[in-house]
Write a protein that binds this ligand. Structure first.
Ligand code: GLA
Length: 485
């Protein structure tokens, strides 16, 4: 969760803008709500290196902020962000050239990528004090590279930098879904947590201060937000620590209405997608701010299973019920999305949520009120209702593991939710590769457990998964509960 400079400032980003945005997040309630990263996207570096290959930045764009600091040192802004109790993020490209154009559609700036300098650059970012790095793919795409290979090298360079500085550097993969990253990004280069973009940009940047014909025509519509959501659904790849990234948020930007903000917040939250807001923090309306900091929506987003939702019902065309299990037994997050042009009265069929009987409670996240016991709810055209439902899980089918394999499983029909029980007393997160006779192969990160206790992670098994085996580190796989929804 955090803020990213690209959507609203493009390549005109500088120290002043970042300071102002960071200060706003620290004081408008977002920091308290959990927004923590302040990410400087493309435009901070214009492609210059010194004789030793070290990145050189513009002194006016990144001056000293405190006495004793030097102009042109990115450590200045990282220290400023840290002084507010926030974390700092930076950006580069996996190839030789970045995407860079000034301000975002003009002349191209070359050599703004890290290829040939992976170890040097990631160590530099970490030494400057950055906690997060987004790595784009413009240069990689131009050179026809393999994302799986480049990002594995990057992940290893990052882990090396982390060892050297003792500071965690979170990797954000940004290759827009062009080489199906959901197949290789979870666990790439043995990384224990990461996010990967699943599609292109929701919209090119809307830089309000520029007011030119190019920027003035950029207005966000429902279609932009829904396309990013639809392209981002790869629930089988998303596990504890590994997340599909639906793109930076455009909440409150030009074209967004309160209803569209609700759709955006609701879909990103129920998808446990990164909530990196790209709007100008100083221009957020109270309504947008209150949606962004809604406690229940953020609880759905930050649920420890971190799963994506499954479309469990579409009672009429365009009226969709999306649901996912949360880590508390019997708890579901439910989104009722009205993509149609007409207001609707829907009945959520509790049976489709894998619950036994009627739920004990169902709360409307936007207004905090209980919904009708029979599941009836009205949703205006182009709007979304978000619910937290508590009931009792139907009994799962249980399978015990033998030597890290689970056999005798019937092939799943449709996507199924499963809980994997394991033990990991190594004291650190370990990564296992989960494989099924169906062809499923993905990484799952297993956080440490203590003593003889089992840990549990949530999984969504796609259609057709049967016998499963786990390969990898020192965790012991105990059992799998499969819930039929
Ligand atoms: C790509 C990315 C964006 C942004 C720009 C910067 O388009 O997808 O998120 O980083 O590059 O040029």
């Amino acid at each position: 969760m955090g803020w990213n400079s690209w959507n609203s400032f493009a390549n005109i980003v500088d120290s002043k803008i970042v300071q102002q945005q960071a200060k706003t997040i620290a004081t408008n309630g977002m920091k308290e709500a959990g927004f923590e990263y302040v990410v400087i996207d493309e435009g901070w570096w214009l492609g210059e290196r010194d004789a030793g290959g070290n990145i050189v930045v513009n002194k006016k764009q990144w001056p000293a902020i405190q006495p004793g600091q030097k102009d042109g040192d990115m450590a200045n802004i990282a220290a400023y962000i840290h002084s507010l109790g926030l974390k700092a993020g930076i950006y580069t490209d996996a190839g030789l050239d970045g995407c860079s154009m000034y301000p975002d559609s003009g002349p191209k700036l070359m050599k703004t990528g890290s290829e040939g300098h992976y170890e040097q650059d990631f160590l530099q970012f970490s030494k400057w004090g950055f906690d997060y790095v987004k790595v784009d793919w413009c240069g990689g795409a131009k050179e026809g590279k393999s994302g799986a290979i480049q990002y594995a090298q990057i992940a290893r360079a990052i882990q090396k930098a982390e060892k050297s500085t003792g500071r965690k550097l979170y990797l954000s993969i940004c290759e827009w879904g062009s080489q199906n990253p959901w197949f290789w990004a979870p666990g790439v280069g043995q990384i224990k947590s990461t996010i990967w973009r699943t599609g292109g940009d929701i919209i090119p940047p809307v830089v309000e201060s520029l007011h030119d014909a190019e920027h003035d025509k950029r207005v966000i519509a429902l279609k932009n937000v829904l396309e990013s959501f639809d392209a981002g659904l790869h629930p089988e790849a998303q596990h504890t620590g590994y997340f599909n990234d639906l793109d930076m948020m455009v909440m409150g930007m030009r074209g967004m209405t309160d209803a569209l903000d609700r759709i955006h917040m609701g879909l990103w939250a129920i998808s446990s997608a990164p909530l990196m807001v790209g709007s100008d923090m100083t221009r957020l309306s109270p309504a947008t701010l209150s949606l962004l900091t809604n406690k229940d929506a953020l609880a759905i987003h930050s649920d420890s299973y971190g799963l994506q939702p499954i479309r469990v019902d579409e009672p009429t065309t365009g009226i969709q019920i999306w649901a996912k299990p949360m880590a508390v037994a019997g708890r579901r997050a439910v989104a009722v999305l009205n993509r149609s042009d007409a207001s609707t009265q829907v009945k959520v069929n509790w049976e489709k949520l894998g619950l036994k009987g009627l739920p004990k409670s169902s709360r409307d996240v936007w207004n905090g009120r209980e919904t009708a016991a029979d599941g009836a709810i009205s949703v205006p055209a182009h709007d979304l209702a978000l619910l937290i439902v508590d009931g009792e899980d139907k009994a799962p089918a249980e399978y015990n593991a033998k030597e890290s394999s689970i056999t005798g499983m019937q092939a799943t029909r449709g996507p199924q939710f499963a809980r994997l029980h394991y033990a990991n007393t190594s004291g650190q997160t370990v990564v296992v590769r989960m494989k099924s006779t169906s062809g499923l192969s993905t990484a799952v990160a297993l956080p440490p457990t203590s003593g003889s206790e089992s840990g549990a992670v949530g999984l969504i098994l796609p259609n057709g998964v049967a016998d499963i085996s786990f390969e990898g580190d020192s965790a012991s796989i105990r059992s799998l509960d499969v819930y039929s929804w």
